[in-house]
Design a binder for this molecule. Structure first.
Ligand SMILES: [Zn+2]
Ligand SMILES: [Zn+2]
Length: 137
């Protein structure tokens, strides 16, 4: 039986699933989220690694070192290029950060914070959420 939440890339070659309801959901305006997503911001959330399972396909991982000096792996579909999730975060061991747009049913999953707001573009209006100029905490 499939887990509670399922997701896939844009072409459908890669699918994944997990049971945990997303906890920390963030809208991030940092430069890396802009570059990697191609948009003004990225929205993602954390899921425990042990609950996360790729059910079809083979994502490609790109290792990236953030401005903080901490590394992470961005996982994407090598066929369609869709960004899916991030693993091996030195700052959050044991967690997978899933891009909300890759979910089959993202409706109902709402962000709790906006971060790296100092990088927000002028036209983007703040959401009615706690605001953090950089990382929270
Ligand atoms: Zn794909
Ligand atoms: Zn970011």
């Amino acid at each position: 039986m499939a887990k509670k939440h399922t997701g896939r890339c844009a072409c459908g070659a890669i699918t994944f699933e997990f049971d945990s309801d997303p906890g920390f959901v963030a809208v991030c305006h940092c430069l890396d989220c802009k570059k990697a997503s191609g948009g003004e911001a990225a929205t993602f959330f954390g899921v425990p690694e042990h609950d996360f399972r790729v059910t079809a396909g083979a994502p490609k991982a790109f290792h990236y070192t953030a401005q903080s000096g901490k590394g992470l792996d961005r996982n994407f579909c090598p066929d369609c290029g869709a960004r899916l999730y991030t693993t091996n975060l030195e700052t959050f061991p044991g967690m997978v950060f899933v891009a909300i747009g890759s979910l089959d049913h993202p409706q109902g999953i709402k962000p709790g914070v906006e971060m790296f707001t100092r990088r927000r573009l002028d036209w983007a209006k703040p959401l009615d959420l706690p605001q953090f100029e950089n990382m929270p905490g």
